[in-house]
Ligand binder design. Structure first.
Ligand SMILES: NC(=O)c1ccc[n+]([C@@H]2O[C@H](COP(=O)([O-])OP(=O)(O)OC[C@H]3O[C@@H](n4cnc5c(N)ncnc54)[C@H](O)[C@@H]3O)[C@@H](O)[C@H]2O)c1
Length: 428
């Protein structure tokens, strides 16, 4: 494919976030501030990274036609009625001085009513929710929201991204989630146990011609039925779970151990965080969804089957503890028990005092812009080149495909995909 096969990024790009919480408002505020030249989009690959082409290192938008920050129009759904300004202030991620210059624009972003089922996030009790309805009706109501947004704003293209709370774990079901026909039938039969509200958003988005991104660890689009829908509607999908603090470190550090053939006996990861995300994850059923996602990172990088002498039977534990005083300023500790020459033990300790939403906001921006690019390039289905941004990258587990978790391999996949879309050859 050459660059000429990519449709140009003409007109406005709508970005609809499900959830108008800490991550979404930090993302939106940062984009609005960057547009005014009052902040820099640090951490965003699409805005700051460069790829070597021949003798030059070029920014992404010199290689492929990217949507510009000035062309983005925001919208959202949330369980709480607070507008983006109120929500950004409530989240306490950004200082008021970094919010107030764009207060008028933030105030205009008022969340649409959420497609919500309290059984999926018991700790939330907002009132800005759609009335009681079946899952199928929920999906149709979301479609109407997207149509109304398109009409009201005149945007040319829309990307829908889940940046809402983590739902309780929905185990992929061999029947209901296996085919699109079975999924639709279950929605029509209002199967509330196996159809999460997030699945209604994803289906609505694709049927409305929008790429869909899953930023939480929910299994929403990680099922064959959704892959079938993505193919049928020719929409890109990406997920799951933004790769930000501890897992980013893990996926960067674990390849170092493997590259040096150092062994691993155990990796204990613990976190404290005090934002609303932490509150929802304090419920064991919601935490389980996150745990499954976070645990998967090491398995494919430090593989006991491939390197039994180094990585067989290591102990891997992940804990997340809700600790209100911390707010969004998460702290993580990793204790890594490794061994070297003649089995001698050593330890590595990593203490990351990060800011969750400061790391997640640029990831959300990049996922949206690159999903829009993928759609214009005619790519659909699982977007593996976006694995770089995700904690538990989607892959077709039916075929035995293994996800790529190694940060450097993921980065190579990202660059290769962009160069392939552009028609440039990668410099060996
Ligand atoms: N911050 C990070 O570094 C990070 C990293 C990876 C993943 N995530 C995930 O991103 C998501 C958002 O994180 P956050 O810190 O912004 O959380 P948050 O609690 O501040 O915001 C989430 C918002 O989603 C809303 N919501 C919940 N269910 C909804 C529904 N069905 N429809 C519409 N809105 C709904 C909630 O009311 C809340 O305002 C979480 O699932 C989190 O696990 C965050």
């Amino acid at each position: 494919m050459t660059a000429t096969n990519i449709r140009p990024a003409e007109g406005k790009l709508g970005i609809l976030t499900v959830g108008l919480g800490a991550v979404s408002t930090t993302f939106i505020t940062g984009v609005l501030m960057a547009r005014k030249g009052l902040a820099k989009p640090i951490g965003s690959m699409t805005q700051m990274d460069r790829i070597r082409v021949g003798e030059e290192a070029l920014p992404y938008d010199c290689i492929v036609p990217m949507a510009h920050l000035d062309d983005i129009v925001f919208g959202a759904w949330d369980v709480y009625p607070a507008n983006a300004l109120q929500s950004a202030l409530y989240a306490e991620v950004l200082n008021e001085k970094d919010i107030m210059p764009v207060r008028d624009e933030l105030e205009q972003i008022r969340p649409m009513t959420a497609a919500f089922d309290r059984n999926y996030a018991k700790r939330l009790d907002g009132t800005n929710v759609k009335p009681e309805m079946t899952r199928w009706e929920m999906m149709q109501a979301i479609r109407k929201d997207i149509q109304d947004f398109r009409r009201a704003t005149g945007v040319h293209r829309i990307v829908v991204a889940w940046a809402a709370s983590t739902e309780i774990y929905v185990k992929p079901d061999d029947c209901v989630h296996a085919t699109l026909a079975a999924l639709e039938a279950a929605m029509k039969a209002d199967d509330r146990e196996r159809i999460a509200p997030s699945m209604c958003y994803a289906m609505a988005a694709m049927l409305e011609g929008c790429p869909f991104i899953m930023g939480a660890p929910n299994t929403t689009v990680d099922i064959p039925a959704m892959w079938e829908l993505a193919e049928k509607t020719r929409q890109p999908i990406a997920g799951k779970d933004f790769k930000t603090g501890q897992t980013l470190v893990k996926s960067g550090f674990a390849p170092m151990l493997r590259t040096r053939c150092l062994g691993l006996r155990g990796w204990f990861s613990t976190n404290i965080l005090g934002n609303r995300d932490g509150l929802v994850l304090d419920d064991p059923q919601n935490f389980h969804t996150k745990e499954v996602s976070k645990l998967s990172t090491l398995e494919t990088i430090l593989d006991g089957e491939e390197y039994p002498e180094l990585y067989e039977d290591y102990y891997h534990k992940v804990r997340i503890n809700y600790y209100p005083p911390r707010g969004d300023a998460k702290e993580s500790w990793d204790n890594i028990d490794i061994f070297g020459w003649m089995n001698y033990p050593m330890q590595v300790k990593i203490n990351f005092l990060c800011r969750d939403s400061i790391l997640a906001a640029p990831v959300l921006l990049d996922l949206c812009l690159l999903s829009d690019l993928a759609a214009r390039a005619g790519r659909y289905g699982i977007q593996r080149f976006l694995s770089f941004f995700l904690k538990a990258p989607m892959h077709d587990y039916r075929t035995g495909e293994r996800p790529v978790n190694d940060l450097y391999e993921q980065y190579a996949m990202l660059k290769d995909a962009l160069l392939e879309m552009s028609g440039y050859q990668r410099r060996k």
